[in-house]
Design a protein around this ligand. Structure first.
Ligand SMILES: [Zn+2]
Length: 341
């Protein structure tokens, strides 16, 4: 009986911890893309066609699939999907190490980031494994430093770097059994979506004693109706669903943070509305990411009942026509997010 290839062994070990795995050639997905330029599904399909060849969306924890892949390509490198069990701070080369160390010293009180750590096959880089933040990935969060989160992956030990031939290795005593590191607040700030930085002071508001206040309920109804009626890219006018979802969700989480609405109810209603406009089935992963981002921004800025009801009319039970007092939605460079614009 032939011994199990070491890469397969490692791949199965990661999957056993719940980490989705995909085969890589060097640092790139090994399985050829299912859809090329000219194919209407190019950069649109994330595996709904049930073929393989969708980059990180091929990643799986299914041991049978992993055995099949690594029996076919026994030397394939191992890619681990981030944003599931962990996020990864990817510190590239001397330049990245320098800017990262300086940031820790100047902004984080010099406290090192613990947790599992990989020395990359290039020889000069680190991968720091941290607890998932729900924040979006961010290429170049510092000079030479990328943050890999939902929808991304990293090459993992014992993969070999294609240029140097050297393996990725866990630092001694810092394997995946080590409790995950924590992203320090100063770095979180850099990772958070930008609009909050320029947000004006909210108007004074009143916090009710119980969630489920009529004002909150009216806003909930108006915002979820706005999402459910938002247009997708094929319905003329270009798509607006992601933008509407983000803004409406953030507005509602402002009210959750302000004590007007129940968080679980808001989450459920948002999901229902995202389903009604088709977003949830068209782009499930992106939709969850949008919701996570909106929740984070919204919860950071509590709002209660406005002291002066919007434009007179029927007083506090009437939702404002535009509940947003925030700057507009800014897509990041993420092409998924930009696609609907
Ligand atoms: Zn496909």
């Amino acid at each position: 009986m032939t011994p199990r290839p070491p890469l397969l062994d490692a791949a199965l070990g990661y999957a056993d911890r719940g980490v989705p795995v995909l085969p890589l050639r060097g640092k790139l997905p090994l399985i050829p893309a299912a859809h090329g330029p000219g194919d209407p599904l190019y950069q649109q399909c994330r595996g709904a066609c049930s073929q393989q060849g969708h980059g990180v969306h091929d990643a799986t924890t299914n041991p049978d699939q992993l055995r099949q892949w690594w029996r076919r390509w026994s030397h394939a490198n191992i890619g681990l999907r981030t944003g599931v069990v962990f996020d990864v701070i990817d510190v590239d080369g001397e330049r990245g190490r320098h800017s990262f160390q300086r940031f820790l010293t100047e902004r984080c009180g010099g406290v090192p980031i613990g947790g599992p750590r990989v020395r990359t096959g290039s020889g000069a880089g680190w991968h720091l494994y941290v607890a998932p933040t729900g924040l979006p990935d961010h290429i170049g969060v510092l000079e030479g430093v990328d943050y890999r989160a939902a929808g991304r992956y990293v090459a993992a030990p014992p993969s070999r770097h294609s240029a140097t031939g050297r393996p990725y290795v866990w630092n001694a005593g810092r394997g995946l059994d080590t409790p995950l590191g924590q992203v320090p607040p100063a770095l979180r700030e850099r990772l958070a979506p930008r609009p909050i930085d320029r947000q004006p002071e909210p108007a004074p508001t009143v916090r009710p004693a119980e969630p489920g206040h009529p004002y909150g309920r009216a806003v909930l109804e108006a915002e979820t109706a706005r999402i459910a009626g938002a247009h997708g890219p094929s319905q003329g006018r270009g798509g607006e669903r992601n933008k509407v979802l983000w803004e409406a969700a953030r507005n509602l989480y402002n009210l959750v943070a302000g004590g007007l609405l129940d968080e679980a109810e808001v989450a459920g209603e948002l999901e229902r509305a995202a389903g009604a406009c088709g977003l949830l089935s068209d782009e499930p992963r992106q939709t969850r990411r949008t919701l996570a981002s909106a929740r984070q921004v919204g919860m950071a800025h509590p709002r209660g009942i406005p002291e002066r009801p919007a434009s007179g009319a029927r007083g506090q039970d009437r939702p404002p026509k535009d509940a947003s007092h925030h700057p507009p939605f800014h897509p990041h460079r993420n092409p998924d997010r930009a696609r609907e614009r």
